[in-house]
Design a protein around this ligand. Structure first.
Ligand SMILES: [Zn+2]
Length: 299
């Protein structure tokens, strides 16, 4: 008797592997993973998976596919693959970045990519001085700068990110996130659009009233865009006790969602909290390992 639902978390699906984003999957590898899922697993829309989890009617080897943040490459690269294998998925969209916005962490990545030389000196921003002789050192610099910025007050963080952007030798891209017309098209084609707040704040370091506006406002904006109810939510960053706490879970319940997902690692079981479902990051060294790891988690 199947008990577990594996909810996979993706963010970007890159055109090609990117040495500065080793944790993000490329389209080729994503296609291999989707082929594996379509052959050996029962891939369910997230809401169906949640309902069947609660009702004890999950099929064996049950998997749901989710994407966080609302990257344009979900439309450009992931969607054609999903269509090819006839797989459902949910895209959690932070509405504040649609149509040309950029998340601050991407500003960091794209700036560090574009700062020439073998040293990245960001001491004027309080962000350290980093050796950058190769890609691995640039990746380390990116992680360090993101960590220094992540829990700052959003106004301070955004100002530092904007100053950082000025140090880049060429303009940083402003087409990383979905356009509104793409969200509409995904929704019309059956991809579920889920909410992920407006500006992707760390809810726990946000005033509770602002947190409510972020949660409810993101949902309403998406409902305007897609013309139907938005029923699922993903907590920004998603670590319970660090990024959100029970007060935010309550806000999500009150907002009228049917389920919510965290970034706690694990399989969802019948005893999981439907408002804080765990997920699994699917990155693995090979498609075989991906398949075996995912399979093992369903038991
Ligand atoms: Zn996110």
């Amino acid at each position: 008797m199947a008990k577990n639902l594996i909810i996979l978390t993706y963010h970007r699906v890159l055109d090609a592997p990117d040495a500065l984003q080793p944790g993000e999957i490329s389209t080729d590898f994503f296609a291999d993973q989707m082929r594996c899922l379509s052959r050996y697993f029962n891939v369910l829309p997230l809401l169906d998976g949640c309902r069947q989890l609660s009702g004890g009617t999950l099929p064996p080897r049950a998997v749901s596919i989710t994407f966080d943040d609302g990257y344009a490459d979900n439309y450009r690269n992931a969607w054609p693959v999903l269509k090819q294998f006839d797989l459902p998925a949910t895209v959690f969209v932070a509405t504040g970045f649609l149509d040309g916005g950029r998340m601050w962490n991407d500003t960091v990545i794209e700036c560090i990519r574009r700062i020439p030389g073998t040293e990245i000196d960001l001491r004027d921003l309080g962000l350290g001085c980093h050796v950058a002789k190769d890609d691995a050192q640039r990746v380390a610099a990116i992680h360090d700068v993101i960590l220094r910025l992540k829990y700052l007050e959003p106004g301070v963080r955004n100002a530092k990110a904007a100053t950082l952007a000025e140090k880049a030798s060429s303009p940083v891209p402003d087409d990383l996130m979905l356009e509104i017309r793409q969200v509409k098209e995904l929704s019309r084609s059956g991809i579920e659009i889920g909410a992920h707040t407006i500006t992707h704040p760390i809810l726990r370091s946000t005033e509770i009233g602002t947190a409510r506006e972020e949660i409810v406002g993101g949902k309403r904006r998406l409902e305007e865009i897609v013309g139907s109810d938005v029923r699922s939510f993903a907590y920004p960053n998603g670590k319970p006790g660090v990024d959100y706490d029970p007060a935010h879970v309550e806000l999500v319940r009150e907002a009228g969602f049917e389920c919510a997902v965290s970034t706690t690692h694990g399989a969802a079981t019948a005893s999981s909290d439907i408002w804080q479902l765990p997920r699994i990051g699917p990155w693995a060294e090979s498609t075989l390992r991906f398949g075996l790891r995912t399979l093992r988690a369903t038991f």
